[in-house]
Design a protein around this ligand. Structure first.
Ligand code: FAD
Ligand code: NA
Length: 389
């Protein structure tokens, strides 16, 4: 028989939080992941050449206003005082984001007060009303006016979606934040920072428990290895954080995702762009942004002074073999998702969780918060009959 009380499929933050909670309650947990590393998309590694920490799946910024989550994650890592800020290059000029009074005054070469800027944007936004907007472009103009939309939103959105914004549904954006102050902090959360020793050290500490065994390079649908769907479902409780459509063999059809392509490069200069993230707002630049990883940890004195690592990010629709990153979430996707949710009723011993298991974008703090709640409400009761309970 299998010497475990719980199977966790996927070692991202959702799966590891469940595993850590179950192990500290005395249950024996096996975590499998088909990748050759733990941590899901939050995984990072030190570049062997420069020692700079590279976030393999795109820049990961930790931020939360949830005190329970903040206290929980602080058991495994301490955080730096990093605060995220983003800039964007439009027609060869660099502006601060999210759009704020600094962006507006730089763009219009003006010195508007908050009230004057509000009036200006309200007047420019009167071209369409939000209720009448027939597509993303009209909704964006209704929110921030045509000049700011055309400079900062139109081409960037087209690159993200590989679709002209007049062809995208208005619902893709609910709001476009404009700040009528010079505050350019990207997140508004009460707690923010980056893990002092990096993401992987944090993630490894969550998995470092005598009752947790991690098996990498192990796909839940590979029947040649002992922990697979056919062998364990119905025998042991399972927490599944892989794609929900894959679990049901795509019976209702594949759900749509966007994916990202990353290309990194070591550049022989001390500082490439002076900031961690630079967006490229215009259509003539094929990538959406450049990350420069040294700037996430200005406190790390060991980083080299003569080289830096940059990573360009490109966005496109995912094909079958691509990593699913952001749900496309068309009406067709939503109706497929409802069918998959109905199919889940036939799997009472399986909890579908996390980003892929629920088909929704989750920040790290949301995945961890959701796992803490689901552990208490659903997983702990499933485990109450297990030998070590
Ligand atoms: P994941 O981290 O995706 O983990 C799921 C795991 O399941 C993966 O390791 C996968 O290999 C495994 N798996 C899937 N199928 C199988 C199978 N059949 N068998 C075995 N294993 C399987 N969050 C933030 O808070 N801040 C950010 O700045 C941020 N930036 C992000 C940028 C990008 C590009 C993306 C995609 C996400 C970002 N996130 C960010 C979210 C974060 O990466 C995680 O998605 C989030 O923590 C949710 O974790 P998860 O455990 O649900 O999923
Ligand atoms: Na990010």
């Amino acid at each position: 028989s299998l010497d475990f009380d719980l199977v966790v499929v996927g070692s991202g933050f959702f799966g590891l939080t469940i595993a850590e909670r179950a192990a500290s309650d005395g249950h024996r947990v096996i975590v499998i992941d088909r990748r050759d590393h733990i941590g899901g998309n939050a995984y990072s590694h030190r570049d062997p050449d420069t020692g700079i920490e590279v976030h393999n799946y795109g820049a990961h910024l930790f931020h939360t206003s949830n005190r329970t989550v903040w206290e929980y994650v602080n058991r495994f890592t301490s955080f730096t005082s990093y605060q995220h800020r983003v800039h964007t290059n439009h027609h060869g000029v660099v502006y601060p984001l999210p759009i704020n009074l600094g962006t507006i005054n730089q763009f219009f070469a003006s010195a508007h007060s908050p009230e004057e800027a509000r009036r200006l944007i309200a007047e420019q936004a009167s071209e369409f009303t939000i209720a009448d907007a027939r597509n993303l472009e009209e909704k964006a103009i209704a929110l921030i006016g045509r000049p700011l939309y055309e400079a900062f939103i139109r081409d960037y959105t087209a690159k993200q979606w590989q679709t002209d914004p007049t062809e995208l549904p208005a619902e893709v954006i609910s709001r476009l934040p404009v700040r009528y102050t010079y505050d350019s902090r990207y997140f508004n959360d009460a707690f923010e920072g980056l893990p002092v020793d990096g993401y992987t050290a944090w993630i490894e500490r969550m998995a470092d428990h005598p009752l947790i065994e991690v098996r990498l390079g192990t796909d839940f649908f590979d029947e040649s290895q002992p922990i697979n769907k056919a062998a364990v479902v119905g025998t042991l409780p399972v927490v599944y954080t892989g794609p929900v459509d894959r679990y049901f063999d795509y019976a209702a059809g594949p759900l749509g995702w966007r994916t990202l392509d990353f290309t990194s490069e070591v550049v022989p200069v001390p500082d490439f762009q002076g900031t961690p993230v630079m967006n490229y707002a215009d259509a003539d630049v094929p990538y959406t942004r450049i990350h420069e990883f040294r700037h996430f940890h200005p406190e790390r004195e060991e980083y080299p002074k003569d080289r830096t690592i940059i990573m360009r990010e490109y966005s496109r629709f995912a094909e079958a073999d691509d990593e699913p990153y952001y749900p496309v979430n068309t009406p067709d996707d939503r109706s497929k998702l409802l069918q998959y949710r109905e199919m889940q009723a036939s799997q009472p011993d399986v909890l579908f969780g996390g980003r892929l298991g629920t088909y929704q974008y989750l920040d790290m703090h949301m995945a961890i918060g959701s796992a803490l709640t689901q552990y208490a409400n659903k997983v702990a009761p499933m485990l109450s009959g297990s030998p070590s309970a």
